[in-house]
Design a protein around this ligand. Structure first.
Ligand SMILES: [Fe+2]
Ligand SMILES: [Fe+2]
Length: 337
């Protein structure tokens, strides 16, 4: 994002008041709040997360950013949404991950409890297991056993759910094997994934893409692989992401992350745009909204415009959606005929 930021009152309106505004506009507001990195911004994000009128996609993004801000004042809200077993599973997952990113000792118990809860949804138990492990890993650091991995050693500025593998001698193939190995703990597989991302380059992206397509053990792991491919922005990851989005029986968390990652690929923008437009009317709301956000993201970076220009972008998305709906109706009519 550029250094331009709308006034905080406008950002608050976009998150708290104007709940029917286009999702892309509201997503931009979230990211401006992220850049502010202060409690005032966090309080707005918390209000949005607590408001169930907001879509699961938006709420999970609010939780994600709260984790990235790493402010302990968010723990109460994150823990209460995680504990609400009737709430959306993607939102609860993101709350658990955010708690891991914040890393407060107070969250250890709740994360451990949900990691071991028998009748809990798998997306939640797996995330809690990883987040709990991350806090333990960080604690080991405080008594001197934490390996030397710091922000300056990775080109990405995200707070990740796990540190990269400590075995830097491992080849891309060996890391790919670890990532795909169902018998290893998820935390270790995540470590291999972040090591691959940090290695960078086409071969690492292709290895991640292989796992995205072949893995059948964990939708959570696949969604994170798709996220990482979006961070890498390499065309070498695009085919696997496209295949993942096209799989209608894939978990919507994975398809969502694949769609958003496709919006970030640099060098194959047109190809990715056509694909994202194809899914603008997907039956799954999370996927449909993710395609809108991804197209807006492409538009943002190609025009380097600001929050006010989102209306132009939303207007073109609206036209494309209507066109594709028309085409679909025509096709259905023909099928009936
Ligand atoms: Fe996630
Ligand atoms: Fe996500």
């Amino acid at each position: 994002m550029t250094s331009f930021a709308p006034p905080i009152s406008a950002l608050k309106d976009a998150i708290v008041t104007d709940v029917s505004a286009p999702v892309a506009k509201r997503m931009r507001a979230i990211y401006y709040l992220r850049t502010m990195e202060n409690e005032e911004a966090a309080k707005i994000l918390m209000l949005g997360l607590n408001d169930k009128r907001n879509s699961p996609l938006l709420r999970h993004e609010l939780a994600y950013v709260l984790g990235q801000l790493q402010l302990e004042i968010a723990c109460n809200v994150l823990e209460s949404v995680l504990s609400d077993i009737d709430d959306d599973v993607m939102v609860r997952h993101e709350c658990a991950e955010a708690l891991g990113a914040i890393g407060a000792i107070r969250s250890k118990n709740i994360l451990k409890m949900f990691a071991n809860k028998k009748d809990e949804k798998i997306e939640v138990t797996e995330t809690c297991e990883i987040a709990h492990n991350l806090i333990l890993w960080n604690e080991r650091g405080k008594i001197g056993k934490k390996p030397l991995v710091c922000a300056c050693m990775t080109p990405y500025n995200s707070v990740d759910p796990a540190p990269p593998s400590e075995e830097d001698h491992l080849s891309i193939l060996e890391l790919e094997k670890q990532l795909g190995n169902e018998s290893l703990p998820l935390f270790q597989r995540y470590q291999a994934m972040f090591a691959l991302r940090n290695k960078g380059g086409d071969a690492a992206a292709a290895a991640l893409g292989e796992v995205l397509i072949k893995d059948q053990s964990s939708a959570l792991l696949r969604h994170e692989v798709a996220y990482v491919l979006g961070q890498m922005q390499l065309p070498a990851g695009a085919n696997a992401l496209a295949e993942s989005l096209r799989r209608l029986n894939e978990h919507n968390m994975v398809r969502h992350e694949a769609a958003e990652a496709l919006g970030a690929i640099v060098g194959e923008e047109e190809k990715c745009k056509i694909l994202l437009e194809e899914f603008l009317n997907d039956a799954d709301d999370v996927v449909r909204e993710s395609c809108e956000v991804a197209l807006d993201c492409q538009d943002y970076w190609s025009n380097l415009n600001n929050i006010n220009d989102v209306n132009d972008s939303m207007q073109s998305i609206k036209i494309i959606k209507e066109k594709s709906k028309e085409q679909r109706t025509k096709k259905d009519d023909n099928d009936v005929a």
